[in-house]
Write a protein of this length. Sequence first.
Length: 446
Amino acid sequence: MTFKRVLIANRGEIALRILRTLRDMGIEAAIIHGREDRLSLPVRLADVAYANNKTNPLDTYLDIESVITAAKEMGCDAVHPGYGFLAENATFVRRLQEEGITFIGPSADVITLLGDKIEARAAMEAAGLPTAKGSSEPISDAGVASVLAEEIGYPVIIKAAAGGGGIGMQIVEQSSEFESALRLCQSRAKSAFGDERVFVEKYIQGAQHIEFQVLGDGKKAIHFGERFCSIQRRHQKLVEEGPWLDDAKRQEIGDMVCRGAESVGYKGLATFEFLRDAKGDFYFLEVNPRVQVEHTVTEMITGHNLVELGIRVAQGEALPFGQEDVTWNGHAIQCRLNAEDPRKFIPSPGRLWECHFPSGYGVRVDTHAHPGYEMPGCFDSLLAKLLVWGRDRDDAVRRMRTALDETMITGVEHLIPLHRRIMDEQDFLDRNITIQYIDMHQELLG
């Protein structure tokens, strides 16, 4: 099966990224949009665009039935969700299947499994992946949680079973804190995900966040190595880079994640996320069953178009090569250029009066922005992804400094000043980085 027309059910830079790959593959690109995006580059460049205007702008991309109606009216045989919005919505996938439209991603059953952090943890533990000590079922009683924490050892962390993005997570240092922390996490989980179930696990102190890129065809899986994603604010990544591990550790963890993907019959792109403690031990965190914002880092060091590979396996193709055919070359760094106040991380919507991005050897920019673009305040604040490649990490850092200095954006506040300071900071240069990096380097906020 070869797709003839694919609906991009997304917006911004990822919509443009998918559109370009569809063009490369000779597949027509259709797109939905609301009023805010009617003049955006992805809409203007698509073969066909569908105005899916809603009173609430988010519903343009979240209203399942209207998205499916658009796909049917435009004659699309597949839908690419990108990331966010409906990318991890099992109900959406099932509805598409009922309409005979292919979802470019894993099955509804796999999404349901991986979306439940307790079930995902159990499945990956059974496949041999290392997990932190914790509860194997939801916890609703502070007394039960406190007893479990005594067995695990403080500190522990309470997480939403149905959640992601760090929403609602609470770190608990002692038993007297449990009652309020548990109620707060349950309340936020209920509000954000409609599911108040939470679980408890050992809190990994001094942790680094490392993730592995995987591609499965429903039977076999291969990996494309790791990305280092520890520089974060509010559990959202700011700087990603790779590679980070030595060859032996990459092979060890890579073999594990492939077994994990194969154990659930995974089809499509997936990211297996881990925390690594100060001793170097890895602990499974979650699986993101979709393309990631930072997939571009892996593309630059492996030379493989991950978005194209995801589309090909969705068409029913087997993996086009084996693990032995994946190699890594040089080092890549990505900085997320969000339209935000670089001190308080508050979104900064507005019109871009000046907008110049760098180019040259080893530089890549993924963006939908241009001079005159109106950055809306109702969507994610990501404006552009700036990437560089170097022969090694030092080379890549030098090139990123040059690229950041060349970037010019006026009309909105942005994170370029923060990124520029990070590139000169000694702990960053020494690879002395944990997920507390920003908290421990408040001077970077200016």
